[in-house]
Design a protein around this ligand. Structure first.
Ligand SMILES: C[S@@+](CC[C@H](N)C(=O)[O-])C[C@H]1O[C@@H](n2cnc3c(N)ncnc32)[C@H](O)[C@@H]1O
Length: 276
């Protein structure tokens, strides 16, 4: 179990590129108190799971993710039992993986699709979530020995979800909906460390530098409306400039495990910019 717990923190049940589980304590130190925490880039919900706000609003433009969270919120153990049989020895074979991936891509039953998403997340290569231009999930088979069924983590998520609303929505809409008393934590797809390291395909659509700049601008505007915004990102020339209006920036290094290039795993400079 040791691997699944870090200083008593709650692990997200999904593997997610860029998840903030490793730096949760740094984020908590920087997050102001408030009545509601808003996460416009929900991902696996590492910050949601490890903070204690009275209420939460989590949004993301990955509709599979949001549908899954809503089923788990509503059904809890019943949904967990519905997912469990997918984690069988038989299903951990290349041929079965591609058959279930095909089923996912043509599935219009959103409950079944959500369960298949839980399956794909730990049977696909490197915990990636990637779609082609037509919106088809296209991650290859992961070849894991015995994928772990994250029951304990799904239960923890379900319990915490009572305080949360999950919505499929773009970050700009979400930030506009914030009111005084809210605190916003933004974890956008990372800006690339170099022009070639352009890993932005969490969901079809991508996230370009113009959007990164828009996020910095609307964070500045939200702070002017007395809504504090904390943004995570890589520490680069671009982010240092874009986040100039921040009242406080913390800079540090993190060991990263998911990268677009296996050879380049290592320490990356990160920052947390608070607009307050
Ligand atoms: C770095 S991940 C967030 C990780 C999360 N903090 C965690 O701990 O797992 C970025 C997320 O932003 C979402 N995303 C990408 N473009 C978006 C947009 N325009 N609006 C809202 N969410 C977006 C992706 O689907 C992805 O889940």
């Amino acid at each position: 179990m040791g691997k699944r717990q870090l200083n008593g923190h709650t692990r997200p049940f999904l593997k997610w590129a860029g998840n903030k589980y490793q730096i949760i304590d740094r984020i908590k130190q920087q997050l102001p108190e408030g009545k509601r925490l808003i996460e416009p880039f929900a991902g696996s919900g590492a910050v949601f799971l490890n903070t204690d706000y009275p209420r939460y609003l989590l949004t993301d433009t990955n509709n599979d993710l949001i549908n899954l969270y809503n089923f788990l919120k509503k059904e809890g153990q019943e949904f967990i039992e519905y997912c469990r049989p997918l984690y069988s020895e038989k299903n951990n074979q290349e041929e079965r993986y591609y058959a279930l991936r095909d089923e996912f891509n043509s599935c219009s039953d959103s409950r079944r699709r959500s369960a298949l998403f839980v399956y794909l997340n730990r049977h696909g290569y490197n915990g990636l979530c990637r779609y082609n231009k037509k919106g088809g999930y296209n991650v290859p088979f992961g070849r894991y020995k015995r994928p772990y069924f994250p029951e304990k983590e799904m239960v923890a998520f379900h319990l915490k979800a009572k305080r949360a609303t999950f919505k499929y929505q773009d970050f700009q809409t979400t930030i506009k909906q914030a009111r005084e008393g809210d605190v916003i934590y933004c974890d956008p797809p990372y800006v690339p460390l170099s022009p070639s390291a352009n890993f932005t395909s969490y969901s079809s659509g991508g996230f370009d530098m113009e959007l990164q700049q828009t996020l910095a601008d609307i964070a500045t505007q939200a702070a002017e409306r007395n809504i504090p915004v904390l943004i995570s990102n890589h520490k680069t020339k671009f982010t240092e400039e874009a986040y100039q209006a921040a009242s406080d920036i913390k800079r540090f290094h993190v060991r990263r495990y998911i990268s677009c290039n296996g050879n380049k795993r290592g320490k990356a400079g990160e920052l947390l910019a608070l607009f307050d």
